[in-house]
Design a protein around this ligand. Sequence first.
Ligand code: NAP
Length: 315
Amino acid sequence: MALLLTGRWDAAERDAWLAHLQQALPGEQWLLDAPRDAAEAAAVEVAIVANPAHGVLQGLPNLRLIQSVWAGVDKLLTDPTLPAGVPLARMVDPAMNEAMVQTALWALLGLHRGFLEVQAQQQQALWRQPEQLRAHEWQVLVLGLGELGGRVARTLSSLGYAVSGWSTTMRPAQQDGVNCLQGEAALAQALAAADTVINLLPLTESTRGFFNAARFAQMKRGASLVNLARGAHVLEADLLAALDARQLSHAVLDVFTVEPLPAEHAFWRHAHITVLPHTAAQTDPRSAAAVVAANLQALRSSQPLAHRVERQRGY
Ligand code: NAP
């Protein structure tokens, strides 16, 4: 049996992944990109994928697991030929979790302490000290309490911020210092109270276009948005309108509807937008390879697979 490594990436990135995977999984047979004939197709036991081209994963009769090396599987799930009965697992990488916490903290400090504004003031040699509020005076709402959102919310709470988190599953009202919320009514209240909203929702049919004009109108006037999840969560024209009307004071955006963000896009030069080049948290092949190896081991020893995607709900 063989492992198929396939994705929409260049050969150098693929080969770097292969080197790490081969180290974590010695003695395995590898196929790259796509099987070349029926015998190779029949040999594929596990596909390790980075958003491969649609169709690559069909016609693999002995496929037992699709393991994504990316955390978000929204793009992968748009492939209509994705084999229906085969378990799909996504990447939950300790290095990525750590990086996401760092990015969220950096953005939050920039907003809460006014450091982003101070950085802009430097362009004009402007000496102006921002107001210094205590952490507990700054309300943070984290949307999504999964692998990333949960970690971000707990860390910010441990630093003294007043943190609420919103998700679908009922949780204890208070968990690790985070005020856990569900449902539209609780969301409306939390949006109206939050100084900064951090988005870490998955991109699904129910979260696409989540940040629209109506949602921005629900937010506290002068609040800020940090979008670290997916560009399609935000209606870009509505965000620009909310910023221009000063309903929102600032947005830190790591993800965009079109990536790389086109050079002529209004976001690049907007005084109240900070653009990051989808760099909040990257998968680190060094640690991710071990995650893949552990799931392969689980598969072969009939243990439960880690980080399985529920295709119906889309994450
Ligand atoms: P995850 O573990 O699947 O967690 C998703 C969370 O969102 C869960 O808490 C879930 O609620 C909640 N949720 C899902 N649908 C919801 C809805 N309709 N209403 C309310 N809550 C909902 O995801 P993750 O690994 O933390 O990833 C979060 C996001 O980060 C994804 O969009 C991913 O693509 C993105 N990401 C970005 C980068 C980057 O560099 N910018 C890197 C990695 C990942 P339950 O807990 O109740 O199920």
